[in-house]
Write a protein that binds this ligand. Sequence first.
Ligand code: SDX
Length: 428
Amino acid sequence: MAEIAQLIISENTHELPVITGSEGEKAIDISKLRDQSGYVTLDIGYKNTGATKSAITFLDGEKGILKYRGYSIEELAEKSTFIEVAYLLIYGSLPTADQLNDFQYQLSRHTLVHEDMKKFFDGFPQRSHPMGQLSSLVCAMSAFYPESLKSNQTTEEVNLSIVKMLAKMSTLVSWIYKKSLGHPYIYPQNKFDYVTNYLHMTFGQRTEQVEIDPVIVSAMNKLLILHADHEQNCSTSTVRIVGSSDSNIYASISAGISALWGPLHGGANQAVIEMLEKIQEDGGDTDKWIAKAKDKNDPFRLMGFGHRVYKNFDPRAKIIKKACDEILEKLGVNDEVLEIAKKLEEVALKDPYFVERKLYPNVDFYSGIIYRALGFPTDMFTVLFALGRLPGWIAQWKEMKENKEPIGRPRQIYVGETDRSYVELNQR
Ligand code: SDX
């Protein structure tokens, strides 16, 4: 028999259906609550509110579980590639060899951006933040692909815009980096796979042939896989709600990039390194900074720690921490901030303040150390998060449209002034 929730308001009892997800999660469906009772619910920050039903990613914050389309993040990070995971997230199953080859072929033939896009790059100050540039550039792409503005696109039209978005993102991201150095742009090469092509455009030079180290290719695949999706996080929810107004894919992804920029979200990977460097400059006294993080009168937070959903170790943090040691050793990099990070983690995981609040290292705590070892500047870290998260944003945007979800429009409780009459200026 279907499970029912009963809500008693005054002398009325309202019956609300309970739905159960495929992993056993329970939700009370309140979609008819206001019609039945005149009441809405209030849940600032949506800590207890599901916005949709999705078949893409499952995570269990208590158990530290993360799965993409039923495959564990541990297996995918170990055995898969970023483009194979992108296909899995977007189309729902692991591709056959032919499907994967065709997907890679399609992507490699859409990596060029319109030459007029360079005029946007030229307009940015050289040191302007890469996330602001990326959000602007992605939205500007809608100007070059007006067909993407059409409503009720065919499956072929949607798939073409998905391929263009994925393929051109790697070019935009690498050219933002080149611009920050004042170096000439490096064009994509169709012979390379997606990640190798991205690294070629990023670290390649016009003056000499630069071989891309397979260790770096492998590390980048792993990092991008770990960032590829994370169900209804802040930036993904932004992509879905912007897409729900029938906005095109470029505008929706651009909005997601803007949401990810915040230091409480994807911007945390940059904030972690800046925090570790500050602690290093301050003499490496981790106890002093742990005390600051606990002090309610001190705005300092331990960046890279805590999570809205994970109240256990973020499984991605475990994988990245292990990869950190391996990659730095393979690259022969000895980074003192890694030692500071490990010390912070060790102290924090024993401290009651963090233990009681279930604050554990999240995906951002160690990722920046690897990006730094790979040669990326700190302000590029969140752009790399966006490159990784792009397939997830696309998959969620596509699912929302396929499910014909209504425009997102939350309610509110008004707490402002009630009736007031207009007062003439000379009377105020
Ligand atoms: C990402 O949602 C996702 O899935 C996001 C993400 C993804 O893949 O998309 O996983 C990526 O955004 C990871 C999170 C990156 N952000 C940071 O590392 C920034 C530092 N962390 C925090 O700001 C915080 O933990 C959040 C924003 C991540 C979560 O905040 P919540 O769930 O709103 O929790 P909260 O702010 O209410 O904190 C609960 C308590 C508070 O103390 P009390 O009021 O109970 O006394 O924990 C404290 C907070 O002050 N707290 C911290 C802390 N994080 C929370 N105290 C010190 N340092 C911290 N980092």
